[in-house]
Design a protein around this ligand. Sequence first.
Ligand code: UDP
Length: 409
Amino acid sequence: MKKPTLKDYAKIIRPQNFEEILILAEKLKGKSVKMVNSTAVGGGVAEMLHRVIPLFNDLGLNVTWEVIKGSGAFFNVTKAFHNALHGKNTTISKEMLKVYEQTNEENAKNMTFDEDIILIHDPQPAALISAKAKSNAKWAWRCHIDTSQPNQQVWDFLTQYIDKYDASIFSAPSFAKELPIPQYMIYPAIDPFAEKNRELSKQEVESVLSKFKIKTDKPIVTQVSRFDYLKDPIGVFETYQLVKKHYDCQFIYAGGTASDDPEGNQVLNELRDRAEGEKDFHILLLPPFSDFDINALQRASAIVLQKSLREGFGLTVTEALWKARPVIATAVGGIPLQVINNFTGILVHSVEGAAYQIRYLLNNPEVAKRLGEFGREHVREKFLLTRNIRNYLLLFLALAHPNENVIEI
Ligand code: UDP
């Protein structure tokens, strides 16, 4: 599919919001920005950069993107950092820190930083900040990771770099940290034109159901999640058992296991054991890049469930809300930012609560429909890529006007 342009986005967001973007961009015309991350493909950050950079340039800014280079050893270190920032108990050796620093130094030597703004994404290239002394740019560090409970050793190591930036950006209030520099919050966002979210025809949705041999004779309740204890797959199954006593429906638990996650297979097997013989509890093991299938499964569902015990932002919830699905989800992580109870969905706290609310919505489809519609509007307003662009524009303006409390537009 052709890459969507500004005009395509203008058709789906409120005109006032589009106008606001144009006004902000006008103030930043000709400003140069360099984005830096550590991979050109794979992962949410690269996906987002591929989409937003052409849009920024259409808006009159001059935005470029560079990817740092590193050896396998470097990426092993940054993977360990990533896990540690998520709170995993990891030991980082002095040698590992050295590999990190040296790789960043080498990259810094081969790069220029002549732009007005340098935006560094995530920990991998964070130490490039050592080049700040020979650059006139404003530097911002964008953290896409849930850092609410980081491993202290890694966080302390990284803050020696982060403290030198002009600004930091986190994805949710609970991820914010004590830092001597200004902090901004920019929510994650989804792209309505991505394969995972684009409109699908009825035939496309049905083709996916028939591929997985799922009939449409009973309403479908779906949870899309990796096979991870924190997504509570067993809780999803127990919810199914409770609902099924009173309402003839079917559940789908669809997700993948990462090859580097030994726990994934264990969780999958445990769920398979529990659900053995249950013809209406479908466990779908999805390969990576199943965006089209995920899109169709979400659209085919009467209700989308997200029964997580802990959550980062919870993008699967955003995706389901955008598809105007009624969402029932636990009140953890970023979910309450998205699901406003009894307005854009329903928040629950237990298996019993989830089962009760599922029955309620299955019995009251007009309420379910309204929740779905409000959910879609909430995402349109707050969690689409265009909102992300607007927030970045505001950040660029703030960086261009340091020490000013009010910026005249
Ligand atoms: N996803 C996927 N394959 C899977 C499970 C999830 O592509 O097997 C997608 C899902 O649609 C969403 C993202 O991966 O876009 C998961 O993000 P979320 O914030 O919900 O949870 P995380 O997995 O990051 O904890």
